[in-house]
Write a protein that binds this ligand. Structure first.
Ligand SMILES: Nc1ncnc2c1ncn2[C@@H]1O[C@H](COP(=O)(O)OP(=O)(O)OP(=O)(O)O)[C@@H](O)[C@H]1O
Ligand SMILES: CCCCCCCCCCCCC/C=C/[C@@H](O)[C@H](CO)NC(C)=O
Ligand SMILES: [Ca+2]
Length: 555
């Protein structure tokens, strides 16, 4: 690696020991000067190692002047520091930086360096600040929406106690709106907010709240650009503002699948360092009318029924999904219909390969580049689009327990590898998973494989296709019949019995679960818009970085 010119280098005191501290354009390093040696155990001979640490400048949160007291704070308790320990070093500055912990968790840690004179101390502070100012991808002013009722209703507390102090340490100013009703954030983004003032939007809540934010932002962007969202084949304009997710919901699938953990401090730090992760967005239409956008799961059958049932049990909090999941599993309803899809061809990756979408994903970059070069998915090619029964499209009629389209892995704490473990965040495709009618025990095998190492696709009744577009038409959908059935119309068609002798009144149609919202129609048409939005995230990092030399650990 090319050696970077030093911007500053001084001998400073850290915890009573003298370190050579160096700053160049990309790294802050501190190396103990060998006055004392640290014994490292484990060898036949005694070996000695000198502490040497480094932090990338891009992961420094802030630097501040620190008042030197005879008392110093150490690991949460106040300790008396001997007068000798800071003698000759009466000035100090503290660097806050990102430290990696287990399971993709980030923490904000502090290191305080003591200096022999005041001007040197100020020079360090000023030079580090100048370096931080060069990081133009960092947000300075954010618009924050808090859903006080998401998840365990802790959104406001989480933001105030864990996130706001970090934003203020990083000199990020915020306008905060605590929502007062559902769709408050969406409508504010769509109609009220002056978005030119902000470098990004932050959503404190769960997947449903995130969905509100993207609907506000995407629709606003299309409206401003004069783009008609009702045309399914329309190429959409990508959004300029990045979105940060502070997880405070029940599933927090989008946060988990893009960061690797649902932890508010980790997410806040990804926002502060100005990460950027593009994300595919599916548009969902019914009869040439725009319905909704989806970034994670579009699920018909099992996941639609789980959601429909769980919405009536919101009072249970996150546990409602377990309750409704178990209940829906027992009902074991299947649904008939026709699914047609346009397979994604000439791309890297398949839904059954072992590659995982990780930070800096090559497959996303490669496939995204292909799409932007030839505009393949949106040639506004009425021909391809309408040739449903032409050679490009595939058509499958059948009885399904579940039809799931996963535009990302949909990993979440309940299923750490997700519904489609090899799906990509930004490759312009969605993984269409068809689970045909099978026995309860087989369906259970499929479900349980979401939670263990088993391959949930390696079952005769499951198939998975990586697609750019798909359509679904339920068997029973003529005219108003569909609506009548869906709206619980207990009228003429409300109780159509099929071969369910036990209940005698199985519903003929399910509903679509669209990122946790129920769609009003079963007949839908879906297209993937490659990298339409960007998050303050970087994708899941390849491995816990404990052994990486470039974190504050002994080199
Ligand atoms: N002030 C509010 N009052 C009532 N509902 C709100 C309010 N603000 C937002 N909402 C709605 O609450 C719904 C659920 O919120 P959210 O997604 O934050 O939590 P969740 O459903 O518990 O979590 P998840 O979506 O991860 O399962 C969203 O659809 C959102 O539109
Ligand atoms: C009877 C055993 C069942 C075990 C099943 C475990 C499978 C869990 C897979 C969960 C995937 C969730 C995908 C995310 C969907 C979100 O969009 C949505 C809104 O938050 N959440 C749900 C639960 O619909
Ligand atoms: Ca994708």
């Amino acid at each position: 690696m090319e050696k970077q010119p030093r911007l500053l280098s001084s001998q400073l005191l850290l915890k009573s020991r003298v370190f050579e501290v160096t700053l160049n354009r990309s790294l802050l390093t501190w190396k103990e000067i060998q006055t004392k040696k640290k014994r490292v155990s484990g060898g036949a001979h005694n070996t000695f190692k000198v502490g040497s640490y480094c932090v990338p400048v891009s992961e420094i949160v802030a630097v501040r002047e620190t008042e030197v007291d005879s008392r110093t704070k150490d690991e949460g308790r106040w300790q008396k520091m001997s007068q000798r320990s800071t003698e000759g070093y009466p000035y100090a500055f503290t660097v806050s930086y990102v430290e990696r912990a287990r399971q993709h968790r980030w923490r904000c840690s502090d290191v305080t360096f003591h200096c022999s004179d005041g001007s040197l101390c100020l020079q360090w502070i000023q030079t580090i600040r100048e370096q931080l100012a060069l990081l133009t991808s960092r947000p300075k002013h954010l618009l924050v929406y808090i859903n006080p009722y998401g998840g365990k209703q802790q959104g406001k507390r989480i933001y105030e106690e864990k996130v706001a102090p970090l934003f203020s340490r990083a000199s990020i100013s915020t306008d905060v709106i605590v929502t007062e009703y559902a769709n408050h954030a969406r409508d504010h983004l769509l109609k009220g907010a002056d978005l030119r003032k902000y470098d990004g939007v932050v959503c404190v809540g769960g997947d449903g709240m995130f969905s509100e934010i993207i609907h506000g932002l995407i629709s606003r962007t299309q409206r401003d650009a004069g783009v008609d969202q009702n045309r399914p084949e329309q190429k959409l304009v990508s959004c300029g503002l990045r979105i940060g997710i502070i997880p405070a919901g029940s599933t927090d699938c989008i946060c988990y699948a893009t960061v690797g953990i649902n932890d508010p401090v980790t997410s806040a730090l990804h926002i502060i360092v100005g990460d950027s992760q593009p994300l595919d967005v599916c548009s969902v239409h019914h009869n040439n009318t725009f319905l909704r956008y989806s970034v994670s799961l579009l699920g018909y059958g099992f996941y639609g029924d789980v959601l429909t049932d769980s919405e009536r049990k919101r009072w249970m909090g996150p546990a409602r999904y377990d309750f409704s999941g178990f209940k829906t599993f027992l009902t074991h309803h299947y649904y008939e219909g026709t699914i047609s899809f346009l397979p994604a061809t000439n791309i890297l990756g398949t839904p059954r390969d072992k590659t995982r979408c990780r930070a800096g994903c090559y497959i996303c970059q490669h496939n995204g580049q292909l799409l932007s070069e030839d505009g393949q998915a949106y040639k506004t090619d009425e021909d391809t689009f309408h040739s449903e029964y032409g050679s490009d499209w595939r058509v499958i009629r059948g009885r399904f327990l579940a039809i799931n389209a996963a535009s990302m892995s949909c990993a979440c704490p309940r299923s750490p590898k997700g519904l489609s473990p090899s799906a990509h965040l930004a490759d312009g495709t969605t993984d269409l998973i068809l689970v045909r009618k099978c026995s309860r025990i087989n369906f259970l095998r499929h479900l349980l494989r979401h939670t263990n190492k088993g391959d949930q696709f390696d079952l005769s009744f499951v198939e998975v296709h990586r697609v750019r577009r798909f359509r679904f038409v339920p068997k029973y959908c003529e005219g108003d019949l569909e609506l009548d059935l869906r709206e619980g119309g207990r009228g003429l068609f409300g109780h159509i019995c099929r071969d369910h002798p036990a209940c005698g009144c199985a519903p003929v149609n399910s509903s679509w679960n669209c990122d946790g919202e129920i769609l009003p129609h079963a007949t839908i048409e879906v297209g993937v818009h490659c990298q339409l939005i960007r998050l303050f995230a970087r994708g899941i990092e390849e491995q816990p970085m404990f052994d990486d030399p470039c974190v504050p650990s002994v080199i």
